[in-house]
Design a protein around this ligand. Sequence first.
Ligand code: P61
Length: 461
Amino acid sequence: MEKLTKRSWAEPFKIKVVEPLRISTREYRESALREAGYNTFLLRSRDVYIDLLTDSGTNAMSDNQWAGMMMGDEAYAGSENFYNLEAQVRKYYGYKYLVPTHQGRGAEHLISRILIKPGDFVPGNMYFTTTRLHQELAGGTFVDVIIDEAHEPESTHPFKGNIDLDKLSDVIKRVGAEHIAYVTVAATVNMAGGQPISMQNLRDVRALAEKHGIKVVLDATRAIENAWFIKQREPEFAEKSIPEILHEMCSYSDAATMSGKKDLLVNIGGFLALNDPDIFEEARNLVVVYEGLHTYGGLAGRDMEAMARGIDEAVQLDHIRARVGQVEYVGERLLSIGIPIVVPIGGHAVFLDARRFLPHLNQLEFPAQALAAELYLEGGVRSMERGIVSAGRNTKTGEHNFPKLELVRLTFPRRVYTQAHCDVVTEAVEAVYERRDAIRGLKMVYEPKYLRFFQTRFERL
Ligand code: P61
């Protein structure tokens, strides 16, 4: 491997097709924001200049992936592209069986329905919105067993995604192993700031779960980014390749849910991957009810081909170094001008710490939501609230959940924006920071029942 230099994250590609961006006036954005109820999910994409809402399905595909789209075998049953994808998942992730789904939550739905009995508990390393909702809809209760450091934006722990083994043991003792449906292990942990889990922790969790006969389900959505951090931070893996690390990570789980819209560089697609033939049998039965036939799971043949080809590209060291390097570049710049962000800088996004950014707002004035709105107003930059609005309500009491982390996520789609765009984003954040004392909070005026953050509407206080 060539020596790393400061500029080593430069993009390992050149640009062949471009998509024009629109720059609007502040006045225009003020009215667009009001119409969107101060919720960045409700903005029209045409009104956004730099879109850092998500890295989900917003990635730029390669020429090889687009060529693969022309090789779509759109047969109802037995598409060639399914077999290509199955072979790739076996090769890189190592699971025996594959059930394609339209995206990640399709896989979460299937595994939750299969493994959770009403009254069961599902421990995991911090909640994810869709994952927890599917667990709840199946009658389960999510229990957070991530290490305490994950809830501390300023803690520099290198593996803030780790599971606290004492917390996990305590849950097992308290409810009994027979009432634990499985342990969900996310790699990386999105809501904690894109933070990785260590290989050692994966091994320890596996050993503890095995001792009690409990299954482990990996959320592999950004596992390739996690593998990069393991290579950087766990000395045993410094000389191992990303595919080797990924394979070992997956070997400590029984199944994986996957949103291909992230690591795998596609606009749509996901899968459930499994080792257990009985669970596979159940999943194949259910997928035809909710997604589509077991050889397409809600996807076109061309989508499966793009995902199959995406895996080869996603594990390339040059790619992953540039991807994480870009996020780090923005994070470092923000740190250098004193902006409060979550550290260490995560894999897919820089997370602004709204509690420290807007200390004059209390949590019920929705500081992260207000900050995301201001950032759009300032520079046409779209980000996402990851605080009390995203955390939703307690299913039993109906009260808001009050998460410790109150964050705004600046999420970088893969291979989409340039370093100049990154600089524009940094300048916009700085301009908002300079006028932070004048920023007011929000009040909720409409709240939907499920995954409220997508559609909640607000007004300025
Ligand atoms: C995102 F605001 N993530 O980060 P699906 N697991 C993990 C994910 O990150 C994930 C899914 C499962 C999105 C899209 C999104 O609260 C939100 O393919 C670690 O989106 O169904 C998705 O995969 C689900 C945004 C999802 C959200 C839920 O932007």
